[in-house]
Design a binder for this molecule. Sequence first.
Ligand SMILES: O=P(O)(O)OC[C@H]1O[C@H](OP(=O)(O)OP(=O)(O)O)[C@H](O)[C@@H]1O
Ligand code: HPA
Ligand SMILES: [Mg+2]
Length: 177
Amino acid sequence: MTDRLREIFSAEQIAQRVRELAEQISRDYHDKPLVIVGVLKGAFIFLADLVRELSIEPTIEFVRLSSYGLKKESNGEVEMILDVKNSLEGKHVLVVEDIVDTGLSIKSLSHRWAEVGLASLRVCTLLDKPARRKTDIEADYVGFSIDDLFVVGFGLDWAEKYRHLHGIYVVEFDADE
Ligand SMILES: O=P(O)(O)OC[C@H]1O[C@H](OP(=O)(O)OP(=O)(O)O)[C@H](O)[C@@H]1O
Ligand code: HPA
Ligand SMILES: [Mg+2]
């Protein structure tokens, strides 16, 4: 079966928004060292574009979380598959996500890091889906706010497909999926 994809943000629209976010972040962190922590896998394209637009020099780490697997719904349990190697104690951390949906992934990171003692923690996400939130998490930098729709492309997958697409698309599923 071929999935139907409907574009909601083009590569050009995303690039413009990424430049604006990078400007804002560069301004906010011009006087403090920044550690960017990308959340794999979804954030890999957004992070790569974002860091190349910054006018500051961040260090970059990654964690890998997973809760959606092959499904369209979070299973409610966020698994950490890869942790940062270097301690984040005393660091100004900006988490970079492709999407904040229920907020459970970000919540699990903030819980985990509460004991580490960061200097500060902020969240930058390309997409925000506030209608589905199950936690009190708010992102500090948001590319686009979207309705309650399952989206793919620009790093985001459905069952590991479509991460490579240049734009962002709504997947129009058949009723039985
Ligand atoms: O706010 P939440 O409901 O927690 O959803 C957001 C998270 O879910 C997705 O990751 P996923 O578990 O699909 O892993 P992936 O990035 O490897 O695709 C997405 O990339 C975010 O990290
Ligand atoms: O809409 C989405 N698309 C892909 N992955 C996701 N993870 C949470 N929400 C989404
Ligand atoms: Mg996924």
